[in-house]
Design a protein around this ligand. Structure first.
Ligand code: FE2
Ligand code: FE2
Length: 382
């Protein structure tokens, strides 16, 4: 019996070794699920939720079900999630044998609706740092009760954790590189750290609002949030006399300033190669944000004068979030606009400068935008 078990363990492990990675983490998760299903046909779902230290919450991130994931676009405070709080503390896995025994549990109820009856939850840690959780769900009760089953599933969990950590650190590595570049170049523009924090969060909320109508999964939304702070990286190549000029720019200066999108793409392309992360799933999205975030819906933007839906959605979202934050922030040369003034401006330019769906989403998120603004407020200019 023991020999059989070892052989089975090896065969699952061998199957994972042969796994060829695909273009997104969600599709990799799908492939891993296929391998798991060959052995346990009743396991129908693998998902990953990431931990947000800032809010002490878990955000849905990846799912083998892609846009059909029953628990997508969720952000849950660990205060309301004592089991996960405990799992984070003890760094041990958790088995939920029967969702039907937890009638009050809203998450269990959502999974029951899809036919799932039990789950196995594995925490993701890196160097004792809690990063999130991986969940496996089965259509059978008590599927994960036996330790031998869990030993098999742990192999899949290790692979999922590896892929997730790799992706996360690749983006963080890029963010670190961007920060170093800015520090070395002593870049002093008006884009504060708080601006980047706020506009990234605004982008995430706009994307969540568009998720259903535009078929966006949590992987897209989270990558958008993580890559958003890099949108203006190309400004490090713009001379200070233009970047920091207090008055209006001449035509020549303005056309040089516009090149920050082109310089940004060059910097990102080089950084992706130098950091050996060029093929990562997020790289296309990042490149689109950096290159296209000044394109206008009506084709009057730069650098490519793309029109409407030819502008990648990620860049259309960033455009609205970035402008909204610039308007509602104080600058040395202007006062901050009120929220309603800024939303009115977006509405006036909706369908001209901005994608009307993104403008409507921003208006719908007015309440949460206000909270973000209060939480990440700029230090006043002296
Ligand atoms: Fe820009
Ligand atoms: Fe910006």
């Amino acid at each position: 019996m023991i020999i059989t078990s070892q052989a089975k363990t090896e065969s699952l492990s061998e199957a994972f070794d042969k796994l060829s990675l695909r273009e997104s983490l969600n599709s990799n998760l799908e492939s891993i699920l296929e391998i798991v299903k060959n052995r346990y046909s009743d396991i129908g779902r693998i998902s990953v939720a990431m931990y947000d230290e800032h809010n002490d919450s878990l955000k849905s991130y990846l799912s083998s079900a892609g846009i059909n994931e029953p628990l997508s676009h969720l952000e849950i405070s660990l205060d309301n999630f004592q089991e996960i709080h405990c799992l984070k503390k003890t760094s041990s896995s958790r088995i939920i044998r029967d969702f039907e025994s937890e009638p009050e549990n809203a998450i269990a109820n959502k999974l029951i609706k899809e036919g799932y009856l039990s789950s196995y939850i594995v925490p993701i840690f890196d160097n004792k740092k809690f990063l999130g959780i991986i969940s496996f769900s089965s259509f059978n009760k008590s599927r994960f009760a036996h330790y031998r089953t869990r030993a098999q599933i742990d192999l899949a969990a290790k692979l999922v954790a590896f892929l997730t950590i790799n992706e996360l650190y690749a983006i963080q590595g890029l963010q670190g590189t961007a920060k170093t570049l800015k520090d070395v170049a002593a870049l002093r523009d008006n884009e504060t750290g708080e601006h980047l924090e706020r506009m990234s969060r605004y982008s995430r909320h706009i994307a969540r609002h568009l998720a259903q109508s535009h078929g966006l999964d949590d992987e897209f939304i989270e990558d958008l949030y993580l890559c958003a702070p890099l949108h203006d990286i190309g400004k490090i190549a713009i001379p200070d006399k233009i970047l920091l000029k207090p008055g209006a720019l001449t035509d020549d200066e303005f056309s040089e300033m516009q090149k920050h999108t082109i310089y940004g793409k060059e910097i990102i392309d080089k950084a992706l190669i130098n950091l050996q992360i060029a093929g990562k799933p997020f790289s296309k999205l990042l490149s689109n944000i950096v290159f296209f975030h000044h394109e206008n819906w009506d084709g009057t933007g730069y650098p490519s004068k793309l029109v409407g839906k030819d502008i990648p959605l990620e860049a259309r979202i960033i455009r609205v979030a970035d402008v909204y934050d610039a308007l509602t922030s104080e600058r040395p040369y202007k006062k901050a606009w009120s929220q309603s003034e800024a939303l009115d401006y977006l509405q006036v330019e909706s369908g001209k400068l901005f994608d009307s769906h993104c403008v409507d989403a921003a208006a719908a998120c007015a309440g949460v935008f206000k909270k973000i603004k209060a939480e990440f407020s700029d230090k006043p200019y002296e």
